[in-house]
Design a binder for this molecule. Structure first.
Ligand code: NI
Length: 183
């Protein structure tokens, strides 16, 4: 298993729409394993293949705990039922440093293939429901900030730019010390 690089905004590959997976073969199983490895490495609770620059309909999530993980891979997933409304403070590995409140369906039912290619139907609520909707949005080239109002979206992306600039500044090598007897 390999930890892969997660693309961050404004990488345009995040705007790609993902294609269905034709067969859950060995390369897809390797991709799923790498996606879990990458998600856990970054302490995320979900990851979409488009975040790795791979436009295929594959997402992984784990909304369990360290003691009781609940890994779930969803391939060619479709939400077939939505119920209720919930506002959740979301973050994203592709937009590090910011979060925002997003309105989502409270519960969803999703039909998909699992990592072995078996048909599954999952009913999810709470964090898992939010996570599924967030990750499936990625497969349509949509980030959670695109669910915000126009001004909120601009404010969130402005905060993101500031967080990125601060992170870049912090990781810059320290300037060379002034020579002895210098200013
Ligand atoms: Ni995300």
């Amino acid at each position: 298993m390999t930890v892969r690089t997660v693309l961050t905004w404004p990488d345009r590959r995040l705007l790609q729409s993902a294609e269905p997976v034709e067969a859950v073969d060995d390369p897809i199983k390797t991709l799923v394993a790498d996606m879990f490895e990458t998600m856990y490495d970054q302490s995320g609770c979900g990851l979409a293949a488009t975040q790795l620059g791979i436009p295929l309909q594959v997402v992984v999530l784990d909304c369990g705990t360290d003691a009781e993980p609940e890994p779930l891979a969803l391939i060619n997933a479709r939400i077939v039922e939505r119920d209720g409304e919930v506002v959740w403070n979301e973050g994203c590995l592709s937009l590090p440093g910011i979060t925002a409140d997003v309105e989502r369906a409270q519960t969803v039912v999703v039909e998909a293939l699992d990592a072995e290619g078996r048909e599954i139907r999952v009913r999810a609520g709470g964090l898992a429901a939010v996570c599924i909707q967030h990750e499936l949005d990625h497969l349509d080239g949509r980030l959670y900030v695109d669910r915000l109002g126009k001004l909120e979206r601009l404010a969130a992306l402005s905060d993101y730019d500031k967080a990125r600039a601060a992170a870049a500044e912090a990781s810059r090598p320290a300037r060379e010390a002034a020579p002895e007897g210098g200013r």
